[in-house]
Design a protein around this ligand. Structure first.
Ligand SMILES: [Zn+2]
Length: 138
């Protein structure tokens, strides 16, 4: 998070209607990172608005990592909250799931079946192949 992304300016228009995006399924979440992001959204603006005023307007998926684009209904402050910290030095979830799949055997179809059982959206074939190639050449 950069300091500029926390800047909150009052809205010049009160006519914007926020249509909340509904989420489905489950995600793999770095809990400490996610909770920290949510806590940082409390008391973010000049109108004493908090996380409870933030609505999810869309979701960005990058394999198993997902970002919730949020917007405050009071001051229109926007923030994307990711399920894992993009700057974290630990193995990213997409690499980890492909690596784990390779260690126990099986391929993309097995992984899709496993994730489907958990109600988690699968990786795309491109993401799987990219991660597989990355691991093979590491
Ligand atoms: Zn606000």
């Amino acid at each position: 998070m950069t300091s500029s992304s926390k800047t909150c300016t009052p809205s010049t228009s009160n006519t914007d209607i926020i249509i909340e995006h509904s989420l489905s399924g489950k995600s793999i979440v770095n809990t400490s990172h996610f909770v920290s992001c949510i806590q940082s959204l409390n008391n973010h603006g000049p109108f004493q608005c908090s996380f409870s005023n933030m609505k999810i307007i869309s979701e960005v998926k990058k394999g198993l990592s997902s970002g919730l684009k949020m917007k405050c209904e009071m001051c229109h402050f926007r923030k994307t909250v990711w399920t894992e910290d993009p700057g974290c030095k630990k193995i990213p979830v997409n690499t980890a799931v492909v690596s784990g799949r390779m260690k126990i055997g099986g391929g993309l179809a097995n992984l899709e079946e496993f994730l489907s059982t958990l109600d988690i959206s699968p990786l795309s074939s491109n993401t799987y192949q990219k991660e597989h190639h990355h691991i093979d050449t590491a």
